[in-house]
Design a binder for this molecule. Structure first.
Ligand SMILES: [Zn+2]
Length: 85
């Protein structure tokens, strides 16, 4: 049977569904009997989801920044071509 320290060491892998066989059973059994680790597991999962959401938003804003830079380069090139036909 896992203790809480052992569970917290395995929690991240558990969320990623990396455990199989007896390890998976041990982790699930600990979650059944320990409300503290259930809470920890829930908060860890939410933190990871929040981090993923923020990373996705940053990536999207970078994509918008890239589009803005690209459109400015095209506009500058067009202005240069219009000035020097
Ligand atoms: Zn525990």
């Amino acid at each position: 049977m896992l203790n809480c320290k052992q569970f917290t060491d395995l929690a991240s892998e558990h969320i990623d569904h990396e455990h199989t066989g007896w390890k998976r059973v041990e982790v699930r059994l600990h979650l059944i009997i320990c409300r503290h680790c259930r809470r920890f597991n829930r908060h860890l999962d939410r933190s990871r989801q929040t981090g993923a959401t923020i990373a996705q938003q940053v990536w999207r804003s970078d994509e918008g920044t890239s589009d803005l830079i690209f459109s400015r380069i095209i506009a500058a090139a067009k202005n240069k071509n219009d000035a020097n036909p």
